[in-house]
Write a protein that binds this ligand. Sequence first.
Ligand SMILES: [Cu+2]
Length: 198
Amino acid sequence: MMLSQVVTEMEWMVTNGMGWWPRARRVAVLALVAVLALAALTACGGSEEAEASGLRLDDPWARPGMASPGQSTMSHGETDKGSDHGSAHAGQSGGTSAIFLTISNPGKEDDRLVAVTTDVAEVVEIHRSSIDASGVMRMEPIDGVTIPAGGKAELKPGAEHIMLIGLTRDLEVGDRFSATLQFERAGEMTIEVEVREP
Ligand SMILES: [Cu+2]
């Protein structure tokens, strides 16, 4: 008798389901579930590193370059007009290249790119290119690039760039390699760099 009573209770619950819940409340709960699911999807959408640090790193790419620079000038027939690679670093054993990307900082505090490491080059420096009084493009090492709060830093040809000196392997169009950027606030962020022509 006790058992049959329990069974009857369970049958009632199964049959009626959430029937005892006011309809408005059910709708509210369903809406909440939908919102939570959407939030979870959105959170997974962006780069995980970007979520963690607040910085956004967009479109990292690098110029092609050869580990043996003697071949590179011949085989590519490039005209190096004092751009961000080439003769400026003559004397290094390997060739050179440069990484470019846009770094956005939606946060409320400035951040600063202070160092970069990658295994495709013996030396990595942060450089700035500029045109001097006589119209010649020059570049010099700088100790970092500030990414202003609410703003961005564009590392691009003719401006700041990440200089790769002494390439340890050829970088050909379509290749990919990783580089780790060190920021004062955000810490380390690793990017995948695509090799392509400017
Ligand atoms: Cu440079």
